[in-house]
Design a protein around this ligand. Structure first.
Ligand SMILES: CC(C)(COP(=O)(O)OP(=O)(O)OC[C@H]1O[C@@H](n2cnc3c(N)ncnc32)[C@H](O)[C@@H]1OP(=O)(O)O)[C@@H](O)C(=O)NCCC(=O)NCCS
Length: 156
C-alpha cells in the first residue's frame, strides 16, 4: 500500500505515517487551532481505522504538521490539516498535502474532498496553489454558522 518514493523529504523534515505516540500532540494542536477540535478518542479511532491516512511531519519528537483523511467511496475526505504556529509559512502544509496524494491514491481514492471555512484564507491559498479547486459554498456548514467552501483535488 505504500506509494513509491516514500517517505518524501522537505529540507531536513520527513513526512511519515502517524505513530500512536503522536496522538496526544495532535489532540493538543487540534485544541490550539480549531474552534471544533477533534477529541482524543476520535483521533485514536481514525488512527486505528484502515480507511484513514494520517501523515505527520516532525522536528525531533515534536509534531510540527499533519494531515488526515478518510476514504469515503472514491473520495479521500479531509479530516484536518495543521501546521504548528511556530512553523508556518515555510511550505510545510504544501509538503504534507502533496505527499499525501500518492498515499491516498494507493488506498484507492480518486480525489481529495474537504470543507474549509470561508474565512480561512491561508488554507484556501495553500490548496489553490497545489491545484485544489472550489466546488461550491455551503451556507452555515460549521457549528458557529460559518459557510464552508467545498474544495476538491482530482488526482492525475
Ligand atoms: C492553513 C495552514 C495549514 C497553512 O500551513 P503552512 O505550513 O503555513 O502553509 P504553507 O507554508 O505550505 O503555505 C503555502 C502558501 O500559502 C500561503 N499561506 C499560508 N498561510 C497563509 C495565510 N495565513 N495567509 C495568506 N497566505 C498564507 C503561504 O504564504 C504560501 O504561499 P507562497 O507559496 O506564495 O509563499 C496553517 O496556517 C494552519 O495550521 N492553520 C490552522 C489550522 C487550519 O486552519 N487548517 C485548515 C483547515 S483543516
Amino acid at each position: 500500500m505504500k506509494p513509491k518514493l516514500w517517505p518524501p523529504y522537505f529540507r531536513h523534515y520527513r513526512v511519515n505515517r502517524i505513530h500512536w505516540g503522536d496522538i496526544r500532540q495532535i489532540a493538543s494542536l487540534e485544541r490550539a487551532v480549531f474552534l471544533e477540535p477533534l477529541a482524543l478518542n476520535r483521533i485514536w479511532r481514525y488512527y486505528l481505522s484502515r480507511r484513514c491516512g494520517y501523515l505527520v511531519v516532525k522536528d525531533g519528537r515534536a509534531v510540527i504538521a499533519y494531515f488526515g483523511f478518510e476514504l469515503c467511496g472514491g473520495y479521500a475526505h479531509v479530516i484536518a490539516n495543521v501546521t504548528h504556529p511556530t512553523y508556518r509559512k515555510q511550505g510545510l502544509a504544501t509538503f504534507v498535502l502533496t505527499a499525501a496524494e500518492p498515499w491516498a491514491k494507493a488506498m484507492g481514492a480518486l480525489a481529495f474532498l474537504g470543507e474549509v471555512r470561508k474565512s480561512n484564507v491561508g488554507q484556501l491559498r495553500v490548496l489553490h496553489s497545489i491545484g485544489w479547486t472550489d466546488v461550491i459554498m455551503i451556507p452555515a456548514f460549521f457549528g458557529n454558522g460559518e459557510d464552508a467552501q467545498i474544495v476538491m483535488k482530482v488526482f492525475s
